[in-house]
Design a binder for this molecule. Structure first.
Ligand code: GLA
Length: 535
């Protein structure tokens, strides 16, 4: 290439709008929450047509996901997956083609083991033996190469001991990795995989999936929504770069009150969860449509950074939460803030602008009610009366970003974190409530192995050089030791004799921008960690 044409290409690249580095959480519709296994082709097509023409597609919803219920067994001689002869008499191809012709993406469902959840719990006996176990290659080729599906949710009923024919115990990482490899081998590298293991499966899941369920099944009741929100609050370290914690399909539009539906949708948006509508889109009430198409909440869900918010303030007395995440630019001046009131009575929630690391004057936009609020002056307070079972979601744009000093342990990444097996038995660290700790939470059971460590991956510094670090431990047994390192540098060994009032003080060399500070002990126990402060 000639020099001037190289320059033209470079100039064009510089002028082109920056490509979004990854997709936001999946938006769309899924059949399960309304129809369970009673699905059929015309029903699915009607939902797709409604999404395309009602304004839902314009609002960003673009997946039509067929959940459990389409299976028709397997061919006895070839093992080929069969499609339900009555529910989908023409097979799945015409359904996928129709979905695609509407400019939408098509999603499908299967199981990492032998059987589906529907055959276990919904008496869908025709689905016995239809799971992916032992059929990874041929099913992946059928679903993605031949039929053209773009998304798959992979359940686990048929791989759990009670759900497979041999009562065998499988390793979820091995099962999901084998399936992800089979999908990749079809040549389709654009298929989105959703792991459905009903709790956070472990940090390996980011390598095989773009989203993963973090709780058991949702149902249309405030108790369920509240429980899912509370169980998802301390998982922010595991989301990002196109990978999301999935709080389950939406129950908006079913039987909850308007307030409960609003909190449900607004919190799913704030938490950067996938947004899969679960009700019948052809009979949406106007207020449900309005809520589901709230552009300002959706923008907070689909923000290009793809970050999950963390709890910046948990009021233990009032039992309320303030959550925060950066929007548009990491460590910039625009942040989303949510007040969450899980209680059955209204509570006044407030937070200092400085605690949100924002300075100068701040403009506040209420994203739920789409209104500008009174700007907050420097050093001011953001406050609101939050209704029972309610939340507020704000987009705040301030003059300045203040340096972050406090890093709670419950916002850190734990390399061995998982919620499938009892962490006490398998020796994996976890986040635990402790009313004596800042934010009411700590990290416990760290150490004994290199990968049972704690890492704050987002320690932001304006000035490079040595910084004072204080690590507050929730408890510090005599035998406990920890090494502290910055950016994979040399670790500093510390023990109880180095602590004063369970607080360790040290100096670490940090870079300008983001740093990773790691706490570890390969050989024995570590203290319980409450938080870290960085000067
Ligand atoms: C499990 C999943 C649900 C749904 C059903 C289908 O329970 O968690 O979301 O897919 O299986 O049988």
């Amino acid at each position: 290439m000639k020099l001037n044409s190289i320059a033209t290409v470079m100039l064009a690249a510089a002028l082109a709008p920056a490509a979004k580095a990854w997709d936001g959480p999946t938006m769309g519709w899924s059949s399960w929450n309304t129809y369970y296994i009673d699905i059929n082709d015309s029903l699915i097509i009607r939902q797709a047509e409604t999404m395309a023409k009602s304004g839902l597609k314009d609002a960003g919803y673009n997946h039509i996901n067929i959940d459990d219920g389409y299976f028709g067994g397997r061919d006895k001689t070839t093992g080929k997956l069969l499609i339900h002869p009555k529910r989908f008499p023409r097979g799945l191809r015409p359904v996928v083609d129709k979905i695609h012709s509407l400019g939408l993406k098509a999603g499908i469902y299967s199981d990492a083991g032998m059987n589906t959840c529907g055959c276990k719990y919904n008496n869908d006996t025709i689905a016995t033996g239809v799971g992916l176990f032992g059929h990874e290659k041929e099913d992946a080729e059928f679903l993605f190469r031949d039929l053209g599906f773009d998304f798959i949710k992979i359940d686990y009923c048929g791989a759990s001991i009670s759900g497979n024919n041999d009562f065998r115990s499988y390793n979820p990482k091995d099962r999901y990795t084998a399936i992800a490899e089979a999908i990749e081998a079809t040549g389709r590298n654009d298929v989105k995989v959703n792991v459905c293991r009903w709790n956070y499966p472990g940090t390996w899941v980011s390598d095989v999936a773009t989203s993963w369920r973090v709780t058991h099944d949702i149902y249309s009741d405030w108790k369920s929504v509240r429980k899912i929100i509370l169980e998802s609050l301390y998982l922010s370290a595991y989301a990002g770069e196109g990978h999301y914690n999935d709080m389950d399909m939406l129950e908006v539009g079913h039987s909850m009150s308007e307030q409960e539906d609003r909190t449900h949708f607004a919190m799913w948006c704030m938490m950067t969860s996938p947004l899969l509508i679960g009700c019948d889109m052809t009979t949406l009430k106007p207020e449900t449509f309005k809520l589901l198409t709230n552009k300002e909440l959706i923008a907070i869900n689909q923000d290009p950074l793809g970050l999950q918010p963390y709890v910046v303030r948990h009021d233990l007395k009032d039992n309320t939460y303030v959550l925060v995440k950066d929007l548009e630019k990491r460590n910039g001046t625009v942040r989303a803030v949510a007040f969450f009131n899980p209680n059955d009575s209204a509570v006044r929630i407030s937070v200092d602008l400085a605690a949100l690391e924002l300075g100068g004057n701040a403009r506040v936009r209420d994203a739920i009610y789409k209104r500008d609020l009174k700007a907050i002056k420097d050093n001011g307070i953001l406050e609101a009366e939050v209704p029972a079972r309610g939340c507020m979601v704000y987009r705040i744009s301030a003059d300045r970003r203040l340096p972050r000093r406090l890093y709670e342990a419950e916002t850190a990444f734990l390399t061995s974190y998982q919620e499938i097996y009892d962490p006490e038995f398998c020796g994996t660290a976890y986040y635990a409530p402790d009313p004596e700790c800042s934010g009411g939470m700590k990290v416990t059971k760290l150490g004994y192995r290199p990968d049972n460590d704690l890492i704050w991956k987002d320690v932001y510094c304006e000035k490079p050089g040595f910084h004072d670090i204080r690590i507050k431990c929730a408890s510090f047994p005599e035998k406990a030791r920890l090494y502290v390192s910055a950016n994979d540098g040399r670790g500093t060994l510390l023990s109880k004799k180095d602590a004063s009032d369970n607080t360790l003080t040290l100096r670490l060399p940090l870079n300008e921008g983001f740093n990773a500070i790691r706490l570890y002990n390969d050989y024995g126990p570590m203290p319980e960690i409450d938080y870290m402060e960085v000067d």
